[in-house]
Design a protein around this ligand. Structure first.
Ligand SMILES: C[S@@+](CC[C@H](N)C(=O)[O-])C[C@H]1O[C@@H](n2cnc3c(N)ncnc32)[C@H](O)[C@@H]1O
Length: 247
């Protein structure tokens, strides 16, 4: 159990909480915990490079699922119209909605989006992974792209702190994505002997634009992975997006 008193119900030895209690405990936990994501960190900066490139040359709408304090918004180019949803919104704004996505669907006023992003989110959603992927599939507009990160739990020294409630091998997460999307690319967010984002300037700078997956090495040294997905069979608009996808 963490310092805020919340552990997901799926952990053994923890008293099963009533649904309402769980929701309140989750929100209380994240209200404090997601403040750690207020400033841009390495993965967020890397995702912004990828997203800005995907959106280059056109106006786009974007939904950031599990947006936390919405730090991503400030790294995006002005042609991207940002929206965010999270269980604990720190500063209310018209483009942000507070929703517990374990209880309620991923949606934003019935809109569809050109880009949907979910970073550092799927590790915390208990047994709702398939449901959430189906919901993202439904709100991804024609030719849209879905960028998702997932922690490499196969790292040589996996770090699995208490709030993670949806832990699986990378292959299982990939197969789950492929049930709903066409997987265009996947690569390590970074490689590090330790299971955390690179801290040293040189390591950060050298990996920021390096979108690779190295056989054998990545499976044990990749900190997390990014997956770039598209909806199935989305025709000409999809081809246009692919033309600007990072290589
Ligand atoms: C590890 S933080 C990542 C924040 C941000 N996406 C980033 O990468 O910097 C996980 C985010 O998911 C949100 N989250 C966790 N469980 C959630 C839920 N059930 N519904 C909505 N948001 C949730 C948390 O509030 C938090 O902002």
């Amino acid at each position: 159990m963490n310092s805020c008193g919340w552990s997901p119900n799926v952990q053994p030895g923890v008293r099963l909480m009533a649904e309402g209690e769980q929701k309140a405990a989750r929100e209380k936990f994240w209200r404090k915990a997601n403040l750690h994501y207020s400033k841009p960190h390495y993965r967020l900066e890397k995702s912004a490079v990828i997203i800005n490139r995907l959106a280059r040359g056109r106006d786009c709408t974007l939904l950031d699922v599990g947006c936390g304090p919405a730090a991503l918004r400030y790294l995006l180019t002005p042609n991207i119209e940002y929206h965010g949803i999270d269980i604990a919104i720190q500063k209310p704004a018209p483009d942000l909605r507070q929703i517990d996505l374990i209880e309620s669907p991923i949606e934003f006023g019935g809109q569809q989006f050109d880009l949907v992003v979910a970073q550092g989110f799927f590790e915390y959603i208990e047994d709702a992974q398939e449901q959430k992927l189906a919901e993202i599939q439904a709100i991804l507009g024609p030719g849209g792209r879905f960028l998702v990160s997932y922690v490499n739990f196969g790292h040589r020294k996996p770090d699995i702190p208490a709030p993670y409630s949806n832990v699986q091998p990378m292959g299982a997460f990939r197969r789950s994505l492929e049930r709903y999307f066409t997987l265009e690319r996947s690569f390590a967010t970074s490689h590090n002997w330790r299971h955390n984002e690179p801290g040293r300037r040189f390591l950060r700078a050298s990996q920021l634009h390096l979108n690779v997956s190295i056989p054998v090495i990545s499976s044990v040294l990749a900190v997390e992975y990014f997956f770039i997905c598209s909806g199935r069979g989305s025709g000409a608009r999809r081809r246009r997006f692919l033309a600007v996808a990072p290589r």
